[in-house]
Design a protein around this ligand. Structure first.
Ligand SMILES: Cc1cc2nc3c(=O)[nH]c(=O)nc-3n(C[C@H](O)[C@H](O)[C@H](O)COP(=O)(O)O)c2cc1C
Length: 321
């Protein structure tokens, strides 16, 4: 845990997951100022748009932050790498594609590389390619997911014992107990997506935040299984429309059109659940408050420490040890 924090120059072992097109300067800076690693999610944005957010983020924080580039989702991966070099961004998180072609140039400039993975094989390949940190993301997580459908609880210990670099757990973590569980499973830290939506600084529509507050344990559904592109979202009339279209046999192109950025922004930013979708992880059911990011992180750290201590005190050790 200390090694991860030193490596990424952060106080707490908490990373903001990339949130394509919508994690703005305010949220990124709030996460970094609160002791975590803020992340600008490039999504499908043009480099000029991302550059504006980088400049604004630097005005709001002097702490380290990252850029998330979803390799196969973005049409500008190479340009975004150049932007990272131009602005001396200290950490890059690469997801949704093969990171190998980009790691060498980033390392030549002293930039740390996080790679998001969802299986042991994928983790080993990313480590071989030079990743400094692996984010292991389970199927509980919000948004685009691996169609292997492996869960965080099983993925973290399996990946941790097969690689040497620090592993960060993503998917299903929303409080200090989740953080403690991830550490107990062998992770060095956690990456949050869903929990950060329901914070004061998050740029999402209040209806989206309220859906998370009201959520039960069975609030999310999966889109895209029929076309092999899995995405976890909140149940809604629009989500049902997509699922119905899948039942009627839409192809990948039509599915991608129905889940394009336009419909993501309609749901997440405009709060329009009838005409757009809202990404969410299964952890939604745990969320009860909309705190400032700093309060969330402080309480997660305190709760994790208390939880780990309490568990240890309750252990009955086998005799003879
Ligand atoms: C609104 C939203 C958008 C996301 N977009 C991206 C993305 O562009 N790139 C990416 O690697 N992950 C993306 N994710 C996944 C998060 O980075 C994170 O790994 C995941 O949400 C962690 O699981 P949790 O939601 O259970 O906390 C997104 C998540 C959310 C909630």
């Amino acid at each position: 845990m200390k090694y991860l924090c030193d490596l990424l120059s952060i106080k707490y072992p908490i990373i903001q997951g990339g949130m394509g097109n919508i994690s703005n300067a305010q949220l990124t800076a709030a996460v970094s100022n609160a002791g975590g690693l803020g992340t600008i999610g490039c999504g499908t944005m043009r480099p000029e748009q991302v550059e504006e957010i980088i400049v604004e983020t630097k005005e709001k924080t002097s702490h380290s932050f990252a850029l998330n580039i979803p390799i196969n989702v973005s049409s500008y991966t190479k340009d975004l790498i150049q932007l990272v070099l131009k602005h001396d961004i200290p950490v890059v998180s690469l997801s949704a594609g093969n990171p190998a072609p980009y790691i060498k140039v980033l390392h030549e400039h002293g930039i740390k590389v996080i790679v998001v993975v969802a299986s042991v094989k994928h983790a080993q390949k990313a480590e071989e390619a030079g990743a400094d940190v692996l984010v292991a993301e389970g199927f509980e997580a919000a948004g685009i997911n691996s169609n292997l459908e492996l869960t965080t609880f099983t993925l973290i210990p399996q990946i941790s014992r097969n690689v040497k670099v620090p592993v960060v757990a993503a998917g299903g973590i929303g409080d200090g107990r989740g953080l403690a569980a991830a550490l107990a499973l062998g992770a060095s830290g956690v990456q949050l997506g869903t929990r950060l939506i329901a914070t004061q600084e998050a740029p999402f529509h209040s209806a989206y935040k309220q859906r998370l507050i009201n959520a039960t344990d069975n609030e999310t559904t999966i889109l895209g299984r029929s076309v092999g592109q899995v995405r976890r979202v909140l149940k809604s009339s629009y989500a049902s429309e997509v699922i119905e279209s899948e039942r009627n046999g839409i192809d990948l192109e039509k599915y991608q059109e129905m889940t394009s950025e336009k419909y993501h922004l309609k749901g997440a930013i405009q709060g329009d659940e009838d005409n757009g979708f809202m990404n969410s992880g299964q952890v939604a059911g745990l969320i009860e408050t909309i705190p400032p990011v700093k309060d969330l992180f402080d309480s997660m750290m305190n709760e994790a420490a208390a939880q780990l201590e309490q568990q240890l005190n309750q252990f009955v050790m086998p005799s003879g040890t």
